[in-house]
Design a protein around this ligand. Structure first.
Ligand SMILES: Nc1ncnc2c1ncn2[C@@H]1O[C@H](COP(=O)(O)OP(=O)(O)OP(=O)(O)O)[C@@H](O)[C@H]1O
Length: 267
């Protein structure tokens, strides 16, 4: 079953994914990586995407970013069809992928250099983001001097430097220890509230998906489609401990686990 997520207010929609599917073809093989996906994401919305390994989650983000061309359908950003890599998107991957020979600040500013941003504006924005993500004092540190969590903060700052409308995050905290991951969830929640950025987050963590998401999309096995959309009935501003203890959090998490076939699910 394909679930179409209709926008509540059509003019609010920033990302429209209409009938998108992806088949990778080479000379000898053909892989149906992503089944048909329809989705409308509203400005400022945080959408979490979960699903079994290999169901096409990363492929979906890559289509939104213009890095993979859809086999059917189209993605539109503010009504404009995505036909190639975009300037108005930020991308955070599982690995921070920082340049070893550049400082934290130098890595963040790289984004501005690549996009031809005004250097003064890039520096001001960089300073704001460093402050917002708690990296103050580490501007001059080299990547090897930073913890995994700090490296991902640098990567988040780099993705936000050019003030993209949409932030795509592909399992950004998957390599972090559990406590650091929780801290990063809290920070990301705050940064999203402060910047108003629209986020699509792919994650294997049910708690992360529910704590951060305004809604959670559960995908089925490859070729993945959205099998269920779960609204997250938590306040816009979320205290971590209170959110995890809330009945709405537990109910949604339980359903997500059931859909993913977890032994902790209710079936
Ligand atoms: N460039 C490519 N060429 C061929 N097949 C690909 C390519 N990229 C991905 N695939 C295949 O498409 C399918 C979906 O991959 P994708 O990385 O999108 O899944 P995923 O849900 O993000 O997985 P995971 O949760 O394990 O990261 C997989 O079978 C993968 O092997």
């Amino acid at each position: 079953m394909t679930v179409t997520t209709a926008p509540r207010v059509a003019t609010d929609v920033i990302v429209s994914i209409d009938g998108v599917s992806v088949t990778f073809r080479s000379k000898r093989t053909s892989t149906n990586a992503l089944g048909e996906v329809n989705l409308a994401v509203r400005q400022g919305e945080f959408v979490s995407i979960v699903g079994p390994s290999g169901c096409g989650k990363s492929t979906l983000l890559k289509v939104v970013a213009g890095l993979v061309r859809p086999t059917t359908g189209a993605v539109r950003l503010r009504g404009e069809t995505v036909a190639g890599p975009r300037r108005d998107i930020g991308y955070v991957f599982q690995r921070a992928a920082l340049l070893d020979w550049r400082t934290a600040e130098g890595n963040i500013l790289l984004q501005g250099e690549m996009r031809g941003m005004d250097p003064g504006q890039a520096r001001r924005r960089c300073a704001e983001l460093i402050e917002m993500t708690g990296l103050s004092g580490f501007e001059g540190a080299m990547p090897h001097e930073l913890s995994g969590g700090m490296q991902q903060r640098v990567s988040l700052c780099r993705a936000l430097l050019h003030e993209p409308d949409v932030l795509l995050m592909d399992e950004p905290f998957g390599a972090l220890d559990a406590l650091t991951r929780e801290r990063m969830n809290v920070e990301l929640h705050r940064v999203c509230r402060e910047t108003g950025v629209t986020v699509l987050l792919v994650t294997h963590s049910v708690a992360e998906a529910v704590y951060l998401g305004h809604r959670v999309l559960a995908m089925g096995p490859r070729p993945g489609t959205v099998i269920e959309e779960l609204p997250v009935d938590l306040p816009a501003e979320r205290d971590y401990a209170a959110s995890l203890a809330a009945p709405a959090f537990q109910k949604t998490s339980q359903r997500v686990r059931e859909l993913l076939g977890s032994p902790l699910g209710g079936d």
